[in-house]
Design a protein around this ligand. Structure first.
Ligand code: PRT
Ligand code: MG
Length: 215
């Protein structure tokens, strides 16, 4: 049995065309069923549904052989024991800094200055501001980051942006793009050794599907 860890929502939705191209049909819609383990048209392949930020843990610990996780999640998480063979080019967005329109970000990030930043991505934010020589007071949040600059909790946020409409709706402006993000295929290294043939075949099929989608 090969177990693939996916999260509900955009990762699941964007993974379906790739699975289909690899000849795998998922047998249930996770938005309609409460099942956490879903069978597929292949008797030897199943999907487990986990929180987006739990995908690396499942794959590292062998609760799943493969998984799909955003680069944001992977970089925040330690990647020990994870093989990352493929950029699936799905669930694309960027990690950015945003502030209120009336905040002078350029002045705030002059060398040696100090800024209060609210984010779910404390590791990535710390690295980003350290590279600029900016002292940062990080405030860890688990959601609704946009609220932080509006309430005076922070000067800036570091968050994912795709269309920009969430920032716009909250009168925030994207002042710096940190990196492009997309979802990656991750594989348990031990599983890759023990189930080499079928896992290799899956990686190759996904690779071909990504290439076909890109062209
Ligand atoms: O919801 P849960 O806490 O379980 O986890 P999660 O929020 O991490 O999961 P999910 O499904 O929302 O995101 C899974 C992955 O999708 C992320 O790890 C990213 O790699 C990727 N992704 C792509 C995004 C976005 N685009 C995105 N726009 N993840 C989140 N967003 C959010 C963003 O945080 C902000 O709140 O959407 C809002 C901005 O969107 P726009 O279109 O208004 O700019
Ligand atoms: Mg979410």
């Amino acid at each position: 049995m090969i177990t693939l860890a996916l999260s509900k929502g955009r990762i699941f939705d964007d993974s379906m065309p790739l699975l289909r191209a690899a000849g795998i049909e998922v047998l249930e819609d996770p938005e309609k069923s409460r099942k956490l383990i879903i069978g597929t048209s292949r008797a030897d392949v199943r999907v487990v549904l986990v929180r987006a930020s739990d995908v690396p843990t499942y794959v590292q610990q062998g609760g799943a052989d493969l998984g799909v996780a955003g680069l944001d999640v992977l970089l925040e998480h330690d990647s020990h024991g994870l093989y990352r063979p493929l950029d699936l080019k799905i669930a694309r967005c960027r990690l950015s800094v945003a502030t209120r329109a009336d905040f002078d970000y350029a002045a705030a990030v002059r060398q040696g200055s100090r800024i209060r930043v609210a984010t779910k991505y404390t590791q990535l934010a710390r690295d980003h501001f350290a590279a600029k020589g900016v002292h940062v007071d990080l405030i860890k949040l688990y959601g609704s980051m946009e609220l932080a600059p509006l309430t005076g909790l922070a000067d800036a946020i570091v968050d994912l942006v795709s269309t920009g409409s969430t920032l716009k709706a909250n009168h925030l402006v994207e002042v710096e793009q940190i990196m492009d993000i997309s979802a990656r295929l991750v594989v348990n290294q031990a599983a890759l050794k023990l189930k080499r043939e079928p896992i290799r075949a899956l990686i190759d099929a996904f690779g071909q599907a990504v290439a076909a989608q890109a062209s």
